[in-house]
Ligand binder design. Structure first.
Ligand code: HPA
Length: 233
């Protein structure tokens, strides 16, 4: 059994899948952190791997960028491969002065400018939230580590190069901490299929200041975020 986008057979993918956007990041993480690694997907170079972390089976697979992409892969993982938990590990732009480069955002809720939820034909606006069970475990792990973290709402946007420069202030004024491009579709898909999802983000750029980080600094924070995800998997 396979899908149009995933050649894995049932049983080759763990109950928990960590999803970075970049498939080469998935390869690096699998090779760095997992033992007994086996690659299960190469279709469209959206690499996926299963291995063990401290004896526990975990999979790591790229999601691609944007809601259409993560919408496809997460739907297939949940519905065709019996995956129970997807933890997105990504980067975001900060909307707030107190959310600095390298900080971690543990995503509680997600707003969007996409019409992804239109498909559910709801008589209103769907609020996408992460799994509280996964969120609580991530917060407890973050507390154990020497990391700055925030818990809250983010924006999943369809648009990276936004024509409306004022949109940042509008979302920030409603409490959104930052912007990425995937979590709304991931959380909505998990809710629709009665599964669990969470997003952990490292702040890679700021839309309010011109702060910059070195690749080494970004790597260090990414490592902490990755360890949180692996330990709660
Ligand atoms: N916009 C959208 N997604 C992002 C950004 C951004 O500025 N930074 C990292 N992911």
């Amino acid at each position: 059994m396979a899908t149009p986008h995933n050649q894995a057979t049932k049983g080759e993918i763990a109950k928990t899948v960590l999803m970075p956007g970049d498939p080469l990041r998935a390869k690096f993480l699998a090779e760095t952190y997992l033992e007994n690694v086996k690659q299960f997907n190469t279709v469209r170079n959206m690499f996926g791997y299963t291995g063990t972390y401290k004896g526990k089976e975990v999979s790591i697979m790229g999601s691609g960028m944007g809601m259409p992409s993560i919408g496809i892969y997460s739907y297939e993982l949940f519905s065709q491969y019996d995956v129970e938990n997807i933890i997105r590990i990504g980067s975001c732009g900060s909307f707030k002065e107190n959310v600095h480069l390298r900080d971690i955002i543990i995503v509680q809720g997600c707003c969007t400018d996409s019409n992804f939820a239109h498909q559910y034909e709801l008589p209103g606006t769907y609020s996408a939230i992460s799994s509280y069970a996964l969120l609580e475990r991530a917060v407890n792990k973050a507390k154990e580590k020497d990391v700055v973290y925030h818990v809250g709402n983010v924006l999943a946007s369809d648009i990276f190069y936004h024509a409306d420069q004022g949109s940042v202030e509008k979302w920030a004024s409603m409490g959104c901490l930052g912007v990425e491009m995937e979590s709304y579709a991931l959380f909505a898909t998990a809710a629709y299929l009665n599964k669990r999802a969470l997003t952990l983000l490292t702040v890679s750029d700021s839309l309010v200041s011109n702060e910059e980080t070195s690749p080494e600094e970004r790597e260090k924070t990414f490592t902490a975020m990755m360890e949180i995800a692996l330990e709660i998997a």
